[in-house]
Design a protein around this ligand. Sequence first.
Ligand code: NCD
Length: 318
Amino acid sequence: MTFRFRHLLGIEPLKADDIRTILDLADQYVDLSRGASKHSDVLAGLTQINMFFEASTRTQASFEIAGKRLGADVMNMSMQASSLKKGETLIDTALTLNAMHPDLLVVRHPQSGAVDLLAQKVNCAVLNAGDGRHEHPTQALLDALTIRRAKGRLHRLTVAICGDIAHSRVARSNILLLGRMENRVRLIGPATLIPARAAEFGVEVYEDMREGLAGADVVMMLRLQKERMDGGFIPSEREYYHRFGLDAEKLAHAKEDAIVMHPGPMNRGVEIDGTLADDINRSVIQEQVEMGVAVRMAAMDLLARSLRAERAAGGIHV
Ligand code: NCD
């Protein structure tokens, strides 16, 4: 298996075959992670730095475990909100880190485009762990792996993405990936939380949960991203839950075997009923977390192969 990219900055440049390559390798890493000895040395001798300019629990932990399982030397830098300045400061930080010869740089940043900018300044492979409202490629890949394993395929499915689409990089990356794999994507939410140009992405838009969920194979709920809202996007959380919160009654409009997903962190009782989220017969939320580690192992393995090949060919100064 080879990969033709130096970085993983988004789903946008990936073709269906690239996506399949990552998911196929991730399947192998699920087996490794479930085994008695969860260790491989494919990243041995490489340094991975996780740079999170924005809070994260599962994504950061998952990248750390993924790197350690593959034998990399992993370092976490938690960038304080106070040190968060734009432009020059970000570039300066990148150059400083670059001087320490990292091989894999995992970056989360609150500004859309910041990770791309950083990738242009360093000699290593960069993985986007979420930039503003732009992209969160490993989340879309782990969602895809979860869907493929639960449904047995990743094409010709009807996937409903519900809630705060406008502020969500998870939604954006998922819309791109699911579209590329020839699925039918529906967005459901209040007009204030659906981007005005959503229809240009080739999706269907609904403002009514029951209509939008009818016949869906996959129901993907999103967190109401209050930290990215600067005005009155919803009347109240109670009203929002009533209209858009997923509970058993609304889910009954989807297919009988529809699965329920959520990237986390969840606001129980706001976008999803807590009992439904914990229902192991419908919810695959815990599987998503498990697939997250495997997908990140696969992505870092593939990028490390590209990096080594490029370095061997004299393309990159180490
Ligand atoms: C998402 C994120 O940070 O974009 N969470 C995650 O990575 N698991 C979604 C969110 O914050 O709601």
